[in-house]
Design a protein around this ligand. Structure first.
Ligand SMILES: C[S@@+](CC[C@H](N)C(=O)[O-])C[C@H]1O[C@@H](n2cnc3c(N)ncnc32)[C@H](O)[C@@H]1O
Length: 198
């Protein structure tokens, strides 16, 4: 993953607008669903900080921590967030060895579909780390009916088998918002979801 993002980090922000759909709108949905002011927000796989800066604008009083394994991606995030003292970056693989206990909002934005095969361990850890009443938000690739596209995405470390939504449905989280939308007339679908820990 670190190796993959050594080059991709250079073109990330200029290219991802064209296929990482739903990142802005999941934050708008979160604003409606999360009625408390979040105190500690965590983004797992924060990349270049696209969501960190947006969340810092939405919730300026919250402490925001971004986890990522790629130093190349984090160095871009560091530049963007240097004027935001409430944003903290950790170059760590989030999981049981590097948990984030006591947070009240966790965002997975196009990270979980790439964290294979151990994505479920991270999802379980996030559920543990959320305080009761806290929310988990997901925006990610969902599925595709085209085998060639599934293979293409798999070459880029992305698994597109509808497994994220299925796992959250089976979890103890209470789903408050869910949307599956088609991209490029149905080449693939992406999922947005907000779920509460009771
Ligand atoms: C497609 S990028 C998404 C970045 C950002 N969330 C966004 O929406 O633009 C996926 C990111 O997840 C990171 N990542 C992969 N495995 C990880 C892990 N186990 N823990 C933390 N970050 C990880 C990668 O380094 C990469 O920066």
């Amino acid at each position: 993953m670190r190796q993959y993002y050594r080059f991709q980090s250079r073109i990330y922000d200029s290219t991802r607008w064209s296929f990482l759909f739903g990142r802005k709108s999941i934050l708008r949905h979160l604003q409606q669903k999360v009625t408390y002011p979040p105190e500690h927000i965590v983004e797992i796989g924060c990349g270049t900080g696209f969501n960190l800066t947006a969340m810092a604008r939405l919730w300026p009083a919250a402490k925001i921590t971004g986890y990522d394994v790629s130093e190349d991606m984090l160095s871009i995030a560091r530049q963007k967030t240097k004027v935001l003292p409430q944003v903290h970056l950790r170059q760590k693989a989030y999981g049981p060895e590097h948990p984030a206990p006591g947070c009240d909002l966790i965002l997975f934005s196009y990270s979980l579909s790439m964290i294979n095969p151990h994505w479920l361990i991270l999802l379980d850890q996030a559920i543990k780390d959320l305080q009761p009443g806290g929310h988990l938000a997901l925006v990610d690739f969902h599925s595709t009916r085209w085998g060639w596209f599934r293979q293409h995405m798999s070459n880029h470390h992305v698994r597109m088998e509808g497994h994220l939504l299925e796992a959250i449905r089976k979890s103890t989280l209470d789903i408050k918002f869910k949307s599956v939308k088609r991209a490029y007339g149905g080449v693939w679908e992406y999922v947005q979801l907000i779920a509460r820990k009771d």
